[in-house]
Design a protein around this ligand. Structure first.
Ligand code: NAD
Ligand code: AKB
Length: 318
């Protein structure tokens, strides 16, 4: 039986990925872990272990003792928080990946998933339909760590045969848990304000187009990539992945169709500069060709689901 460890499982992706891993792989034993101490384990049927991924010895012991052979490494510091604490962002994002890749090199881990981001691109990258292979000069610590991480993944694949797979996620939108300090977080925050009948002050300008994706698509993409026969994959850094691209104004207008009284104002902060350095839209033809990626959720569909499901009781944290 495969044994799978998800690291950083209490975050925006982990909380949605874990139930889906359990559903799609009933023959695998899944373990959830995060640095957070949780009072009640909300992962039904999945053991939870509190673990700091930077504690290399404890991480290694857990993986060896439980005979874990597959890891999804989700622990990271995202773009906006990373700019506030660059040292920690670099340390966490790099050291966690290298620890896991080393366990792959030793042959302990047979398969590794590690997400990259559209943040690997920078102000000199072509903005429209950004290609898989292009200029990459990120100017955030988060983007630099993701680009370096991609190079390490490709290196460990090439030199040591490590099976590590990765996707460059766009901004992810979900209602299960709140996002963790990114530049694309506005596209989640806005739903809580709209649902609470409040107006929204957006921290990006109205015409800032960014690549985005509804979480269900991102989770499905992750699992489809992990299920693909390794021989079919040619990209060992990270695959471009496209969903929907929209601006704050597009999103506002779509929400307003459901809540006509909803209003927005724009007050850009430091995150505007980060957003301006990222692509408007992504060319994901390698993903389409090699593992048959096709997104399912449109802006209209995503907005309807979000408005039906966001729970405004979570709002105090925004
Ligand atoms: P998140 O911030 O919501 O969750 C990260 C989790 O990691 C948190 O639960 C946090 O407690 C945990 N963590 C932090 N430090 C840790 C440590 N030392 N040891 C163990 N756990 C620790 O992030 P997310 O949105 O779920 O993102 C997961 C991954 O996907 C990250 O690598 C992120 O860069 C990437 N990604 C996310 C998005 C997005 O829009 N959410 C987009 C592109 C890429
Ligand atoms: C962020 O905004 O930092 C993340 C990402 C696109 O990587 N959502």
């Amino acid at each position: 039986m495969n044994k799978v460890l998800v690291i950083g499982s209490c975050g925006q992706i982990g909380t949605e990925l874990i139930p889906e891993l359990c559903r799609v792989f009933p023959d695998k034993e899944i373990f959830a872990s995060d640095i957070k101490v949780i009072e009640n384990n909300f992962f039904t049927g999945v053991p939870y272990v509190q673990l700091d991924v930077l504690d290399k010895a404890s991480l290694r012991n857990f993986i060896l003792n439980k005979k874990i052979d597959e890891v999804y490494l989700l622990a990271a510091i995202l773009s906006a928080t990373g700019e506030k604490n660059p040292e920690l962002a670099w340390k966490l994002n790099m050291e966690s990946l290298l620890s896991i890749l080393d366990l792959g090199k030793e042959g302990v881990l047979k398969k590794i998933y590690w997400p990259s981001s559209i943040a690997v691109f920078g102000p000199n990258t072509p903005k429209i339909k950004t290609p898989q292979f292009t200029i990459m000069e990120p100017n955030t610590v988060y983007g630099i760590s993701k680009l370096a991480g991609e190079r390490w993944c490709a290196y460990y694949h090439e030199k040591f045969g490590v099976d590590v797979r990765s996707l460059r996620y766009p901004g992810l939108i979900s209602y299960g848990s709140l996002p963790g300090g990114g530049t694309t977080d506005y596209a989640v925050d806005i739903f809580y304000q709209a649902k609470a009948n409040l107006n929204y002050t957006c921290f990006l300008e109205e015409n800032t187009s960014l690549p985005m994706m509804y979480m269900k698509d991102a989770v499905r993409a992750t699992i489809e990539l992990m299920k693909t026969d390794r021989k079919k994959l040619s990209v060992h850094s990270s695959y471009n992945l496209a969903g929907i691209s929209f601006t704050p104004k597009d999103l506002f207008l779509e929400i307003k169709k459901h809540i006509p009284t909803f209003e927005i104002q724009y007050k850009a902060d430091f995150r505007q500069q980060i957003a301006d350095s990222w692509p408007d839209s992504i060319d994901d033809s390698y993903s389409v060709k090699e593992w048959f990626w096709k997104e399912e959720f449109t802006l209209e569909k995503m907005v309807k689901i979000m408005l039906e499901n966001v729970d405004i009781k979570k709002m105090s944290n925004i």
